[in-house]
Design a protein around this ligand. Structure first.
Ligand code: AMP
Length: 281
């Protein structure tokens, strides 16, 4: 497993892989690697000859007062996880390598980034689309793997790749959960035992809504009202949003029809958690 720190090293590594005719899979991450990330690496291994993982806590996707400084950075354990999953190279650039001080170019996806998390984290998706574009240009993968856990991010990147004719296939892999239903996240490590127990209300509310839709409930307002009640009842929290939107274009729905995304973001203590489920109405 190769640890690469500069753009030049990645270009050389990828150039050789490409010359050998290898299909390149790419998994962008912010590190603190867990089973969710590992599932993306395994999907990449299964579909590609060469897997490259990036580990970069991207400052431009954090807002003021968010957790950029305290975000976990267990680099040695992350490199071991990459090695275990058969990753060929981990790209671990510094902030200076990714953002020369005179950078003035960003990538913006409009509309899809305005609702859901975009409404609560101004600038977040600009940071994401800019860094992902840069990483795609550095790695030039054939396929890139993202998690459904960050459903809005996946939809935004799919649209960006389509709109800008980027020559990369996007694969979105299912959310990996703990046995009790909690969506796995690097940020779960911030939760106290009590907060973690409370956080189960998020996946429980999503499962409840999914069962309601299966049973024929189609009214978004009443689904969202009851989910809000259940999450509030679990303990003190701040609900940023609970919404039901079209799964592809993220437009709000009044009635569950077609592929819909039930998405939520909830703050428990100092930790902001997101989760979602796709339902078919
Ligand atoms: P992050 O390191 O949080 O930026 O996540 C890197 C990638 O892993 C993103 O595509 C996430 O959607 C994905 N990911 C994070 N958590 C999970 C999970 N529990 N299940 C599946 N994918 C995940």
């Amino acid at each position: 497993m190769n640890k690469l720190e500069t753009i030049e090293q990645v270009r050389k590594y990828v150039g050789e892989a490409r010359k050998a005719g290898r299909r390149i899979g790419f998994v962008p991450t912010m590190g603190a690697l867990h089973e969710g990330h590992r599932s993306l690496m395994r999907a990449a291994r299964a579909a590609c000859d060469e897997v490259i993982v990036s580990i970069f806590v991207n400052p431009t996707q954090f807002g003021p007062g968010e957790d950029f400084e305290r975000y976990p950075r267990p680099l040695e354990a992350d490199l071991a996880a990459c090695r275990e999953e058969g990753v060929g190279a981990a790209f671990c650039p510094s902030v200076a390598e990714m953002y020369p001080p005179d950078s003035v170019t960003t990538v913006t996806v409009s509309r899809l980034t305005e609702g859901l998390c975009g409404a609560h984290r101004p600038g977040h998706f600009n940071g994401v689309t800019t860094v992902v574009t840069k990483l795609f240009n550095i790695v030039q993968p054939d396929v890139a793997f993202f998690g459904q856990k960050d459903a809005q991010q996946a939809a935004v990147i799919r649209r960006m790749v389509r709109d800008l004719c980027m020559p990369v296939e996007i694969v979105v892999c299912p959310t990996v959960r703990e046995p009790d239903g909690l969506a796995i996240s690097s940020r779960n490590s911030y939760l106290s035992a009590g907060e973690r127990a409370q956080a189960l209300s998020l996946s429980a509310a999503l499962r409840w809504a999914e069962a309601q839709v299966r049973a024929g409930q189609r009214d978004v307002e009443s689904l969202v009202r009851e989910m809000r009640r259940q999450i509030d009842a679990a303990g003190p929290c701040g609900i940023d949003y609970i919404e039901i939107v079209d799964a592809d274009d993220l437009r709000p729905k009044a009635v569950v029809e077609g592929r819909c995304l039930i998405a939520l973001a909830v703050r428990i203590g100092n930790t902001r958690l997101i989760d979602n489920m796709v339902v078919e109405g």
